[in-house]
Design a binder for this molecule. Structure first.
Ligand code: HEM
Length: 354
């Protein structure tokens, strides 16, 4: 019985020694590919020389030299998946640095910077008030235009919130709600982001059809920009249906929206037409255009609601006070009045205020 126990003890100790030895061997064997994966060369093997004393590998390029020269280290695979043959590409590390460091900083600067600028403007200038009211209404946007605006706006807000979750979620939300709730929310957020992109794109295309003509540059833009819309001087520079500031918003939405759409489609169908570098570029374009657009839209929401008295009515009821229209879009009011065949003093759809 005692002999059995002591034999068992010896066996256990031997097994432990073997296991420890195996672990050390495994760690040593995995050390070489690990360092290679991170772009560092494994320590050079002991020099091999031929009987004549020559070293046949002396001229062989190192892994780092190959990587620098070729841009990526690639092997051959027999499965029909080209991506699997790429062993190492430095752009992956640049992308990771962009996604984990540059993008959160860029996003924070753009969004917090815009909110701070608007807050400073509000403190300095206050709400832009109407100087007078005429009591007469003029139609600014018809029901279809308003439907398209709110369809695009609602989809954009969902895209913005779920999109920001990709960048800030794990930093801000995860510590607050914990892993399980964050995982569930992120999964729904991702579904919503993909699904809601469709109404956004449809709304944006409809906006192009509806408003592109009125957003082409005209002779009032330069003076409007020079006076910064009169926002600081309390002046009302002339403007047609859209002033230069609104044109900047419109073109940001269209160009930023198109950039985000094309890059988004590439990400929805990964490796459809792009290789791994192309996929990374699509993500740069998507993230940067999205961030810029969010900052621009924050300014738009401010001026279309809190920032300017009377502005919201244009997209709320569709009717604005004639005095507001004359103050902010004098040329447009003249054009509308000239268009009315009956010679009435009001624009299309004008109705007296109640
Ligand atoms: C959610 C809050 C929003 C509010 C309160 C708002 C408000 C307004 C208002 C009042 C107008 C009419 C301005 C005028 O009389 O000329 C307008 C126009 C417009 N909105 Fe919005 N909007 C919002 C969101 C959005 C979003 C998310 C987008 C696009 C992604 C957008 C794109 C536009 C465009 C392109 C115009 C026409 C051109 C312009 O005024 O810049 N809006 N909005």
């Amino acid at each position: 019985m005692r002999a059995d126990r002591s034999t068992g003890g010896v066996l256990t100790r031997r097994a432990a020694c073997w296991a420890a030895g195996l672990c050390v061997a495994l760690m040593l064997s995995s050390a070489t590919p690990l360092t290679a994966q991170h772009g560092r060369d494994a320590p050079p093997p002991a020099q091999v020389t031929t009987p004549s004393g020559a070293n046949p590998t002396a001229q062989a390029p190192t892994e780092a030299q190959l990587l620098q020269e070729l841009g990526k280290l690639q092997g051959r695979v027999t499965i029909p998946d080209y991506k699997a043959s790429i062993l190492e590409q430095p752009q992956g590390r640049s992308y990771q640095r962009f996604h984990e460091r540059i993008l959160p900083w860029l996003g924070s600067i753009l969004i917090i910077g815009m909110i701070a600028a608007l807050a400073a403007f509000y403190l300095m200038r206050g709400r832009i008030m109407m100087d007078e009211r005429s009591g007469v209404k003029i139609e600014r946007f018809n029901a279809f235009e308003r439907f398209i605006h709110w369809l695009t706006a609602a989809s954009f807000l969902v895209l913005a919130i779920t999109g920001l979750n990709y960048i800030f979620g794990k930093r801000l939300l995860f510590p607050l709600i914990g892993p399980e709730a964050f995982a569930t929310w992120s999964q729904y957020a991702k579904f919503a982001h993909n699904a809601v992109s469709l109404p956004f794109v449809l709304g944006m295309l409809a906006m192009i059809v509806l408003w592109v003509r009125d957003n082409l540059p005209d002779r009032y833009d330069a003076a409007w920009l020079k006076q910064m819309g009169g926002f600081l001087s309390h002046a009302n520079p002339p403007a047609a249906r859209f002033n230069a500031g609104q044109k900047l918003i419109f073109w940001s939405v269209i160009l930023g929206g198109l950039a985000a759409t094309v890059s988004g489609v590439m990400m929805l169908f990964p490796f459809w037409t792009l290789d791994i570098n192309g996929m990374q570029i699509a993500q740069y374009v998507h993230a940067i255009s999205g961030m810029i657009l969010i900052a621009v839209i924050i300014a738009h929401i401010y001026i279309g609601s809190l920032g300017m008295e009377g502005a919201y009515d244009a997209m709320g009821s569709g009717q604005v006070d004639l005095a507001w229209a004359k103050a902010h879009h004098s040329v447009w009011v003249e054009e509308e009045q000239a268009k009315t065949a009956s010679g009435r003093q009001l624009g299309r759809g004008a109705v007296p205020a109640e």
